[in-house]
Ligand binder design. Structure first.
Ligand SMILES: [Zn+2]
Length: 404
């Protein structure tokens, strides 16, 4: 079995979901391998305890038990590989009967988990992908600047520009009056020229790639002056601003971006939850509960500007038709529309994948934020005319026959 070490994309996760079918069990393991000073990583203990716990539940099924331990052995072999040393999180999905072993070295930490199921457990990867952001980072002072592309854990320099600016001060007594004023004017002229050039580069870089926002690093006064040269649509995309010393190693820049990213996500969480609360109160432009959310995604009522908001996975079961691929937020054996056979799947995973397939973003929030009263999931709808879908709409009930 070959081991591939890559950072997954949404396409990879969708591919995994579509191509992992087959006989036997799938064991999905997530390990938080990030190292922070003074904190001992706990994933080994967690894995050991989970293996023990699951082993006990399989006491009466020796074949399944043997299969489980074969998969665990494969996972442990991967986790001890040196090639994963730099990963902050690792995902290993093993299915010995299907001859499958997937490994993902992750740039961000994931909570420790061990899940045994008939399908790969992909919720942590989906959660990670939906929280990933790509930033255009601008680090500048009054005469030189650097542009970076940054995702959490990786920063890449894309452009460096500088302008010769006359020095502000000369030794006392050297220059007087008019001459000094001329130098100040020259200086202003050069700084202005530099900012214009920097703004042009930012506009170009923004158009070159798909970014979620702009991060500005530098002295506040300098950044204020620089912003004035940016077009409005880019000023609105600035997600964070922070001071940062000009001389610094890439490593410190990476951790800085990581911290700003966390801050931006927290601010975004608050904003989304306020929106959810308001719409729940107004009972307007919101789909409540799993089935209403599924229906809203399928009928394109969520759309690009809307989003699905979900609590942590509750491990609930959904059904997917093997014929027409319809998704039901409960256990269904036969599809009510095409009479195809339905197979069980994880509800949260199915909703997140369905959303991804419709280019709808999913926002994962912590528990205890007010969603628990609404089955843990809502969708913010784009369309004005759509009023709230009734919770848990029953799709299987036969429609009453229409009388002529
Ligand atoms: Zn069907």
């Amino acid at each position: 079995m070959a081991i591939t070490v890559v950072t997954p994309t949404l396409n990879d996760v969708q591919w995994l979901a579509d191509h992992a079918g087959g006989e036997g069990m799938v064991v999905s393991c997530y390990a938080n391998t990030s190292v922070s000073p003074g904190v001992r990583p706990l994933w080994r203990e967690h894995l050991k305890n989970e293996v023990k716990r699951i082993d006990e539940t399989l006491a009466d099924a020796p074949a399944a038990r043997a299969e489980f331990h074969r998969n665990v052995a494969a996972i442990e072999a991967v986790l001890s590989s040196r090639r994963l040393a730099s990963a902050r999180g690792v995902a290993v999905i093993a299915a010995s009967q299907r001859s499958l072993l997937w490994t993902y070295a992750l740039a961000s930490p994931v909570p420790n988990r061990l899940v045994v199921n008939e399908e790969p457990y992909l919720v942590p990867l989906l959660e990670l992908l939906h929280r990933q952001r790509r930033y255009l980072v601008v680090h500048t002072d009054t005469h030189h600047g650097r542009l970076y592309t940054a995702v959490p854990g990786a920063v890449r320099l894309i452009e460096e520009i500088s302008e010769e600016v006359p020095k502000r001060h000369r030794a006392a007594g050297e220059l007087w009056g008019k001459q000094q004023a001329t130098i100040a004017r020259h200086r202003e002229h050069h700084v202005l020229h530099y900012f214009k050039e920097l703004a042009t580069e930012i506009v170009r870089a923004w158009a070159d790639d798909r970014y979620d926002g702009i991060v500005l690093l530098g002295e506040h006064e300098v950044l204020q002056e620089m912003r004035a040269h940016l077009p409005d649509h880019l000023v609105r995309r600035v997600v964070r601003e922070a001071p940062h010393a000009w001389v610094g190693r890439q490593v410190s820049l990476e951790s800085k971006i990581g911290a700003l990213h966390e801050e931006a996500l927290r601010a975004h969480d608050r904003q989304v939850l306020e929106d959810v609360k308001r719409r729940l109160m107004e009972r307007h432009r919101i789909a409540i509960g799993p089935q209403a959310v599924i229906d809203a995604i399928c009928s394109d009522d969520v759309g690009y500007h809307g989003r699905v908001v979900m609590e942590p996975d509750r491990g609930e079961v959904a059904s997917r038709c093997t014929g027409c691929r319809s998704l039901f937020a409960r256990v269904v054996d036969e599809c009510p529309s095409c009479h195809g056979r339905c197979e069980k799947t994880n509800l949260w995973q199915a909703i997140a994948l369905l959303a991804a397939g419709h280019h709808v973003s999913v926002h994962f929030v912590g528990s205890g934020q007010g969603l628990e009263k609404h089955s843990g999931v809502v969708a913010l709808l784009t369309r004005e005319e759509r009023v709230m879908a009734p919770p848990e709409r029953v799709l299987t009930a036969p429609l009453p026959e229409r009388r002529a």
